[in-house]
Design a protein around this ligand. Structure first.
Ligand SMILES: Cc1cc2nc3c(=O)[nH]c(=O)nc-3n(C[C@H](O)[C@H](O)[C@H](O)COP(=O)(O)O)c2cc1C
Length: 934
């Protein structure tokens, strides 16, 4: 955010939903959950379902409960386990943080929604409140277990071994956020936390709002850690819930898919069954063979041998009457039909057919249809594993014939195919492509460039045949039907020819790799093509060792497949529905896919950390983050969150009119231009850490010119003044949330493994303060800050504005979208969507400052388990941010008094998050390194 720059952060941890089957916890002793939870107030509204440990925390210096309550699948016997944290110093301490805003969260806890805040024995000495739930695969029971720190709890040994034998009896259950207010806190890694908050609140400028004492901070952080630690390392392996899997974009193995059909997908990608190659299908049949066919639905047999070779002087092999069955297949000028229009057959029978009410034309029979669909499923872009075997002429001819039967605008058939075999020409083309490859690599963020270096993007020299497919935009004269209005239809038509070629090649067992790393004009010159031609494709063709099941880019982690359900809309854009389904609400669908941390992976992470060649808990807070990443991804070690992208949502605010900031509103648009030009702090930080900067106009007043890197998603040019009416309509707020969800989807499908929040909007700290006041219960005076550095008078006015807006709207925290609409900003709403979208895709989201904190409060109120994906990047100098983090139970990784926004604090935290994941991959274990344990 621009305005005031705030920042802050915290991170979420393991959750404590009732479903959490933590029973198998390694951590032993179970104490009354209530003890640990006591201090907590009832969770407010919908958020109640999630662990809200941070609230109701003892003030700094106060004793902290020592155990962690873990919601467990009920009857699951708690096995004595090995101490989760080997460290002898570990002293489990439940550390409810002190709310920075005083009583903040306390009052707002929803009535009647008591949130047992438990603490789970963690591998560290301190206990941490954990906001998120751990996904227990077994049936969850709403019975919180309080587990003492292993160290204190005494021998909890055999836990690990016992666990497998004590599988949770219940099947996994979907978290019912609100319904299960379990909170899990855990002991955090010993002392690791201190160094993380070096600056501490003391370093804040005098005029800054009060910040929690260092002691409190530490506690907060620990709380987070504990949450994750709470996940039970020893949770027996259980099948993930079916719907949980759906949340992943990554393809999951599908049980037998029906052949011959694309499987509708919802949130998940079906795996293409690997089938034997389809035998070549005839494209043209000699007339005599045609006569043998029984009916229109009978298709010719494989006829590789019946297809004529492309040699001059052999017209006999061409079907005598190509137009009889395959009128589109014409190989020689002799075959062209030259009758004048007045010589054409009567169209009367056609008209008759149109009036016919008889049976519709038949489709293919099952085997034929399957063959067609199979070739589409199994077509691949190939760059690796080409063989040098020559391609027989008749094979290449069939492939080119297929290309030549493509549809085209106005039947203009604008394509030409230049078949290149010469090694010299291919070398020239290879050099051209290499130059462009380098230029592209230089343009990439470091995180991407690393990945790109490993990719093979062409096989020009590895293939015996290269084919250049061109489009002639002038072919057919100026009146080509359909091209008048849309001239791009010419190259589109040629692209369809490419697809036909690609499919036919696959059927022949030929691999095709499309290379688009060319400067087109340079290529036209090098190949000596007529200047008026456009080059549509450069294809490398040859026999291959194998056809991969999935796109090579997916296998390399470069991208993910988007589920079909994301892209099919019913009637109007945005009404997503697969045929036969009711349109689904994007927000509801996203929320339904959010799952708690996976208990098994979480447990494995703790186990692994114990085995790594370092003292237990020595990585402090980072161990908690890596466990969270494991639980989130369901993998241990977790994927390294690289590449990453920061989404900077920009919007303006009607409340600017109230004089809450000295900065003029147009600065929002100017800073957006600066981001896009690469001149802002976020750009420098992003360059340093190798992240992509993605700017999203979700509500900037000014019209922004189309620019690379800008996603135009404006809902409206600025919100309305919240002191005189709702900032947005409910529909607008929801639409902005959807922008955030879709941004998350896009960035994750594009291969990003971590998302970072960023925002820009003059006056947005006013909206942030209002949101935080609503969701923490803090008085506006406690959470309204100086933003960009306003003076006392402006601060007083700004605080009054927040107070008046809240009095005017009386926002109900149980209606988070309503709250957003009343007092939020478009960028806040979009960030809510980014968080929900990221969580639904099990992708970590690193939060930036105060506006991200406000958005996280809203997101948590919508879906408590969203915190499973949240990591607090930093803590900003804005007082409201501290209140938000405390309420969320997130401990920030960086605490440097930043107050800029733009995603800067999140960017600084990114390497920490990546480092901890990498450590899980690369650090040797005591066993593997032969290091003696103490
Ligand atoms: C228009 C177009 C241009 C492409 N250019 C390249 C390219 O330059 N280099 C490359 O390795 N792949 C290129 N591809 C292949 C895509 O990466 C590939 O189609 C995609 O990853 C999906 O994989 P699949 O074709 O195996 O399903 C291109 C594909 C298309 C459609």
């Amino acid at each position: 955010m621009t305005e005031p720059g705030t920042a802050g952060a915290g991170q979420a941890a393991a959750e404590a939903t009732p479903e959490v089957a933590d029973a198998q916890q390694t951590e032993p002793p179970v104490v009354a959950a209530e003890d640990a939870a006591q201090p907590e107030e009832p969770a407010a509204g919908p958020a109640a379902g999630v662990a809200e440990l941070p609230e109701a925390q003892p003030a700094a210096g106060q004793p902290v409960p020592e155990a962690v309550a873990v919601p467990v699948t009920e009857p699951t016997p708690v096995q004595p386990a090995e101490p989760a944290a080997p460290s002898e110093n570990v002293t489990p301490v439940a550390v409810p943080e002190e709310s920075a805003a005083g009583e903040t969260g306390a009052e707002e806890t929803a009535a009647g929604a008591p949130v047992p805040q438990a603490l789970v024995a963690a591998p560290a000495e301190e206990a941490v409140p954990v906001p998120t739930a751990v996904e227990a695969e077994g049936a969850p029971q709403p019975h919180p277990l309080v587990v003492q720190d292993p160290q204190q709890a005494g021998p909890a040994e055999p836990a690990a071994e016992a666990l497998p034998t004590a599988p949770l009896p219940q099947p996994s259950v979907h978290p019912e956020p609100q319904a299960h207010p379990d909170t899990v806190a855990q002991a955090a890694p010993e002392q690791a936390v201190q160094p993380l908050a070096p600056a501490g609140p003391q370093t804040l400028p005098a005029e800054q709002a009060p910040v929690p004492a260092p002691a409190e901070e530490t506690t907060a952080h620990l709380g987070t850690a504990a949450a994750i630690a709470g996940a039970h390392p020893e949770t027996p392996e259980q099948p993930a819930p079916a719907d949980a899997a759906a949340a992943d974009v990554a393809p999951a193995p599908q049980p037998e898919q029906p052949l011959g059909r694309f499987v509708p997908v919802d949130g998940q990608v079906p795996t293409t069954p690997h089938l034997a190659p389809t035998p070549p299908q005839p494209l043209v049949l000699p007339a005599d063979r045609l006569q043998d066919l029984q009916g229109p639905q009978e298709q010719p047999e494989p006829v590789a041998a019946t297809v004529p070779a492309p040699r001059e002087g052999e017209p006999a092999v061409v079907p005598a009457a190509p137009d009889a069955e395959h009128p589109d297949v014409v190989q020689h000028a002799d075959d062209l039909r030259t009758r004048a229009a007045d010589q054409e057959e009567s169209t009367a029978d056609v008209a008759e057919a149109e009036r016919s009410t008889g049976p519709a034309a038949p489709g293919y029979d099952d085997a034929e249809r399957e063959a067609v669909l199979k070739v589409m499923r199994e077509r691949r872009d190939i760059r690796n594993g080409f063989r040098g075997d020559p391609i027989p002429h008749e094979v290449l001819l069939r492939v080119l014939e297929a290309a030549h039967t493509a549809p085209s605008v106005g039947h203009s058939q604008p394509w030409d195919f230049v078949v290149i075999r010469s090694a010299e020409t291919r070398r020239t083309m290879h050099e051209l492509a290499m130059r462009q490859r380098e230029a592209y690599a230089k343009s990439l963020p470091k995180g991407r460039a690393k990945q790109f270096k490993e990719l093979k993007i062409e096989a020009i020299l590895d293939t015996p045949v290269n084919i250049v497919v061109t489009a002639d935009p002038t072919r057919g004269g100026r009146h080509t039907l359909g091209r008048h209005t849309q001239p791009q239809m010419a190259p589109y038509s040629s692209a369809l020819a490419v697809e036909n070629l690609w499919l036919a090649a696959r059927a022949e067992g030929l691999g095709v790799g499309w290379v688009s790393f060319f400067d087109e004009r340079e290529m036209v010159r090098s190949l000596g093509l007529p200047e008026h031609l456009e080059v549509v494709a450069y294809l490398c063709v040859g026999y291959v060792d194998e056809f991969p099941d999935e796109p090579e880019l997916m296998q390399a982690g470069w991208s993910k497949r988007r589920p079909l359900s994301w892209v099919v809309h019913e009637e109007t854009y945005g009404r997503r529905a697969l045929p036969g389904e009711e349109p689904h609400d994007l927000l509801a669908e996203t929320v339904a896919q959010i799952r708690p941390l996976d208990a098994k992976a979480l447990g494995e992470a703790w186990e692994r950390q114990k085995r790594m060649t370092k003292p237990a808990g020595a990585l402090g807070m980072l161990e908690i983050i890596s466990a969270q990443l494991s639980g989130l991804s369901r993998q241990c070690p977790p994927p390294i969150p690289e590449p990453a992208a920061v989404a900077i949502f920009a919007g303006d605010h009607g409340v600017h009119a109230q004089g809450v900031t000295p900065w003029p509103q147009e600065v929002t648009a100017q800073m957006v231009a600066n981001f896009l030009g690469g001149g802002a702090v976020c750009n420098a930080f992003a360059n340093q850490v190798g992240a992509e900067v993605c700017v999203v106009d979700v509500g900037v007043v000014a019209d922004l010119p189309a620019t690379p890197g800008l996603l135009p998603r404006k809902i409206r040019g600025g919100t309305s003044d919240m002191t005189t009416g709702p900032a947005m309509t409910r529909e607008e707020a929801k639409a902005a949330i959807e922008v955030g969800i879709e941004t998350a989807r896009d960035l994750v499908a594009a291969g990003n493994k971590a998302l970072l929040t960023g925002e820009m909007g003059i006056a947005n700290t006013t909206a942030s303060a209002a949101l935080i006041s609503v969701f923490t219960g803090a008085d506006p005076a406690e959470v309204t800050g100086r933003g960009t550095g306003i003076n006392d008078e402006t601060l007083a006015r700004k605080t009054d504005v927040v107070r008046r807006a809240l009095e005017f709207h009386q926002p109900d925290p149980a209606d988070p979208v309503g709250v957003l609409a009343a007092i939020g900003g478009f960028e806040h709403a979009a960030m809510v969507g980014l968080l929900l979208g990221g969580a639904s895709l099990r992708t970590p989201v690193i939060l930036d400052g105060v506006s991200a904190g406000a958005a996280a409060l809203v997101a948590r109120a919508i879906a408590p388990e969203v915190l499973a994906a949240c990591i607090a990047g930093h803590r900003s100098a804005e007082p409201g941010h501290v209140a938000a983090l405390n309420k969320l139970g997130l401990r920030p990784l960086v605490d440097l008094d930043l107050r800029l926004g733009e995603g800067t604090g999140a960017l600084l935290a990114l390497p920490l998050v990546q480092s901890t994941a990498r450590a899980m991959h690369e650090v040797a274990t005591f066993d593997s390194a032969g290091v003696t344990e103490k």
